[in-house]
Design a protein around this ligand. Structure first.
Ligand code: SF4
Length: 427
């Protein structure tokens, strides 16, 4: 079968495989040969990008060394949801090029005549599988919901998300599947370097603009109740990519949760959050919130602060919010923004296991960080050397061994899924 081959692109986007060069992967600033055991067929719905201002790096077994190729551009895979990148695509920069847009850049090779990527599947749900989300049905229900909710501004906003930005969460609302999004906040008290809805310094283009209004509690409850009443095992979630931080509009969310819980006890009400305000978290669980997903690029404070650039809160507030949620019998996930060569370092693993042990975290949602791999290390001031890397696969294997009840996945779990994992649901 032979070794996986490098895939490169010319400036017009035409792709080639070069049989004399092996495909490689990059972790941190280092290159690695890829064994077929580390590869899976590129998942349906993944996209391929060419990276301007950079040279692809392959391995030449004739001279036994890594070589950078002038005149070609590297090719990277942006994987579909549910898959974790284990190696970034290998490249070296030419004359400090522009920072890459806010996507993740997985290694892709030619193997067995097909595109194979360095990745592993972390979630088997078809929640965001494009083959299950027929666009003509989304459009049909957008028209139907216009008649059902003629004055609901949040439904209008979600129409734009589904039809203009192709947001899978918004599409699932119009398809009455799995999880519905409840974006509410135009504001945020962090300045994440990789924020997909707000980039102050125009370093990278945002991938979706922020909501510009705060829906009323009634508008939010109307959307949530429609979804909860029409989906078998529903989840509704505050804290979406098209908004700031939901805790900034906590009072409106509190009223909406009370309206929802006054009508039904069904379903999971979840909040994706930067967990910056423990008192707000406490009030929302008292109102009927069931779970939170806390966004975290690192369990090491210095790297957390360099990524989130918090305004008016500290890392210890995030930990306090997690402990508060657990005290209120809430289900707590970490939205773990992962980067090969950083997340799989031994020191990060030790910090993460301490956090899981201390707080009793229920789930790690393994999310590829959408950020330029080399610029990320620069911005976080990650040392050039001295990192012991475990590998992303090994890191997940060790987590599963150390915490057998810890859920590892990608999506906010429904009540039935939590029940299947722990023998009891939270509703
Ligand atoms: S917490 Fe969320 S909304 Fe706020 S800056 Fe970070 S990514 Fe953006």
């Amino acid at each position: 079968m032979g070794s996986p081959k490098i895939i490169v692109s010319d400036r017009r986007g035409k792709m080639y495989d070069l049989p004399f060069l092996e495909g490689t992967g990059m972790k941190g600033r280092n290159f690695f040969r890829l064994s077929p055991r580390e590869l899976i067929k590129m998942p349906h719905g993944s996209e391929l990008f060419m990276l301007p201002g950079r040279m692809p790096v392959g391995y030449d077994s004739r001279v036994r060394r890594f070589v950078a190729l002038e005149g070609f551009l590297p090719v990277a895979a942006f994987l579909s949801p549910g898959y974790a990148v284990t190696y970034n695509t290998s490249y070296s920069e030419v004359d400090s090029p522009k920072t890459l847009p806010l996507f993740s850049y997985g290694a892709v090779t030619l193997y067995k005549g097909d595109c194979y990527v360095a990745a592993l599947r972390v979630d088997r749900e078809l929640r965001q599988d494009l083959r299950c989300m027929k666009v003509h049905l989304v459009k049909k229900n957008v028209r139907k919901y216009r008649r059902l909710f003629p004055d609901n501004r949040l439904v209008r906003h979600l129409e734009g998300c589904a039809l203009s930005y192709g947001c899978p969460a918004a599409k699932n609302f119009f398809l009455a599947r799995y999880e519905a999004p409840l974006p509410t906040s135009p504001y945020c008290n962090a300045r994440c370097i990789g924020c997909i809805s707000y980039q102050p310094y125009d370093k990278c283009p945002i991938t979706q603009p922020r909501i510009k209004f705060i829906p009323t509690a009634e508008e939010i409850a109307e959307v949530a109740l429609h979804h909860i009443n029409n989906v078998k095992d529903p989840v509704v979630s505050f804290g979406q990519g098209c908004e700031g931080e939901p805790l900034m509009v906590e009072k409106t969310i509190e009223r909406s949760i009370k309206l929802i819980r006054k009508t039904t006890a069904r379903g999971i009400i979840n909040m994706n959050t930067n967990a910056s305000r423990p008192e707000g978290v406490a009030r929302l669980f008292d109102a009927g919130l069931n779970s939170i997903r806390v966004s975290l690029n690192s369990a090491r404070e210095k790297y957390y602060l360099r990524y989130y650039e918090p305004r008016g809160y500290e890392y210890k507030d995030v930990i306090k919010s997690i402990e508060t949620a657990k005290r209120k019998s809430g289900f707590v996930s970490i939205n773990y923004l992962t980067m090969p060569g950083f997340t799989d370092s031994a020191s990060e693993f030790n910090a993460l296991t301490k956090l899981i042990e201390r707080c009793g975290i229920d789930m790690i949602q393994w999310r590829n960080l959408n950020f330029d791999p080399l610029r990320y290390l620069e911005k976080l001031k990650v040392p050039e050397s001295g990192q012991t890397l475990l590998g992303i696969r090994q890191t997940i294997r060790l987590l599963r061994k150390k915490f057998p009840r810890l859920m590892i996945g990608y999506f906010n779990p429904s009540n039935d899924r939590i029940k299947r994992n722990s023998g009891q649901g939270i509703r």
